[in-house]
Design a binder for this molecule. Structure first.
Ligand code: GLY
Length: 539
């Protein structure tokens, strides 16, 4: 029998006790009564983390800090972030219920499957652009959970955009492959058009991005490049508040992203089938089942039946865990029999504060520099999130994902995502770990491996983030593994097709609460660094 309790699974994995500080945890900030601790921010760029920490020092909470970090990252890392996409935020407040704000882009009213017959049309140009709602979403996130003024939150990003900044290694590499995007920068990497948009965002509480000049700039850029975005698409957009998915990891509770992301379901399926003793081979087999289920069932729950309860039922998790015997098996073996009724364009920020707020915020423009369309007056790069739909039946998208009917294009529908913002509550019920990542489908496997490293293997947050990673997404039927991934030789001997990946394919950011403070890590693959705030008196 299936368990129909909504979104609740009991995970089989064993768990140790609370996250212990570790000699190799970076710069732990202590709750020792002598230093006023305000919090920690882990973004994918040191200047973005610092923007968040500055807002904490100025009296903001972790939600304000995460928004400030996202805005700053959009200035200094525009290949993978900015205000031209959408995202998800998972928030645990000090009191009250955890919530997800879903500000995922939707297909414009004029979008159709037939419009994507040309294979390039979902990745470049106007048709590739889903309704860009990040400005609308971040404003709503602030209205719902924020405390600092928008002027305070936007200030670090405006300063970077107006004064310019030194290019980081991640941006430099992204621009080498996309010289057309040099158009974003004036001398000294100044971005005055973006600075004006950021100011307009704060002054209008996001309305400039729904009905004002920034919105019109988006519409004009898309219209000039063959797309169908209208002001009505933006005016009609609604941010959705959702309940996070919940799973149990020993005495801990995992809160993670529900549909329209596939990430939370897959994370809980893997976590439910794996424990600290599970072999890498069996962990990969569990991942293949999770990714096959993604392909078959993933989609926008407002448009398609996504059988969350069945996919996370104890029986399903037990079946996945048990199915690690004979090998190799054909791809068709994976996935459920439920009857049918380049980390490049995404960023993740985790933040926690001493008051008890925890945030996991992931935003995306999809692939590097999204559609490569720049809305010129606003200086904002527009997403190519339409490629996250199954735009051509049976054909892989830019991430090699072959997706099902549930994820076909329909007006107003959200494309299936892999973004996996996740917060783990300790046995005291308070947030203990906030994490998530970038990298399309690699987000799921990367977030899982870091979570496992910290909570099941007991390594430091920085070691967990730096450790070599593997990925499998069911199709193509191959294990991608970074050099040094432990156990990879055994995989090849078992018959897995193991391919070495020498370019970074995911980036994870994490903040952990330790008994006496915070430890945070940003992924070295994207050259990030976390930042801490010691409080208003300790700048
Ligand atoms: N655009 C990447 C994702 O949402 O999965």
């Amino acid at each position: 029998m299936f368990d129909f309790r909504p979104g609740w699974v009991l995970l089989a994995a064993a768990a140790g006790c609370a996250h212990k500080p570790n000699d190799r945890d970076p710069q732990p900030v202590r709750f020792d009564g002598t230093v006023p601790v305000a919090g920690a921010v882990a973004a994918d760029h040191p200047l973005a983390s610092e923007a968040g920490a500055q807002v904490l020092r100025d009296g903001g909470n972790a939600v304000d800090a995460a928004i400030a970090a996202a805005l700053a990252s959009g200035v200094v890392n525009p290949s993978g972030s900015g205000l031209g996409g959408g995202g998800f935020a998972l928030v645990v407040p000090p009191q009250g219920s955890a919530a997800v704000l879903d500000f995922r882009e939707v297909a414009p009213a004029g979008a159709t499957m037939a419009g994507f017959a040309d294979p390039g049309s979902s990745t470049r140009g106007g048709k590739a652009v889903a309704v860009p709602v990040e400005g609308i979403g971040l404003a709503e996130l602030h209205r719902t959970f924020g405390r600092a003024s928008l002027a305070t939150i936007v200030a670090p990003a405006v300063k970077l955009a107006e004064a310019g900044f030194e290019r980081g290694a991640h941006l430099a590499a992204a621009l080498e492959s996309a010289p057309d995007m040099e158009v974003l920068f004036l001398a000294g990497n100044r971005r005055p058009a973006l600075a004006a948009s950021l100011r307009a965002w704060a002054e209008t509480d996001g309305e400039a991005f729904r009905s004002g000049w920034v919105a019109q700039d988006f519409v004009d850029a898309v219209a000039q490049n063959g797309g169908s975005l209208t002001m009505a698409d933006l005016a009609g957009y609604r941010v959705k508040t959702r309940n996070p998915l919940r799973g149990q990891l020993g005495e801990r509770t995992i809160l993670t992203m529900p549909p329209p992301s596939s990430g939370g379901i897959a994370l809980l399926q893997i976590a439910g089938a794996v424990n600290a003793e599970t072999s890498l081979h069996c962990e990969i087999e569990a991942t293949k089942h999770a990714m096959a289920d993604r392909a078959a069932w993933g989609g926008d729950p407002d448009f398609a039946w996504v059988p969350v309860d069945k996919l996370l039922a104890p029986e399903r998790l037990a079946a996945i865990a048990a199915d690690c015997g004979s090998f190799p098996l054909a791809p068709a073996h994976y996935g459920t029999a439920v009857p049918r009724g380049d980390d490049h364009g995404t960023l993740h920020i985790s933040a926690m504060d001493a008051e008890g707020w925890a945030v996991a915020l992931t935003t995306t423009i999809n692939t590097s520099f999204g559609s490569h369309l720049v809305a010129t007056r606003s200086g904002i790069v527009l997403n190519n999130e339409m490629d996250d739909f199954a735009t051509r039946r049976g054909q892989p998208n830019a991430y090699g994902l072959i997706q099902g009917e549930s994820n076909e294009v329909q007006p107003g529908k959200r494309p299936l995502s892999s973004m996996t913002p996740t917060i783990v509550l300790g046995r005291d019920g308070r947030p203990e770990l906030s994490l998530g990542g970038s990298g399309g489908p690699f987000i799921v496997t990367a977030t899982w491996q870091v979570l496992k490293g910290v909570l099941l293997s007991g390594v430091s947050v920085s070691d967990a983030v730096s450790a070599p990673r593997w990925h499998h997404q069911w199709m193509p039927d191959a294990v991608l593994a970074e050099a040094g991934t432990p156990g990879r030789d055994d995989l090849a001997a078992l018959g897995h097709d193991v391919r070495t990946v020498d370019k970074p394919f995911s980036a994870v950011q994490v903040v952990a609460r330790t008994p006496d403070g915070f430890a945070a890590a940003s992924d070295p693959r994207k050259h990030g660094a976390p930042a801490y705030s010691l409080g208003p008196t300790a700048r």
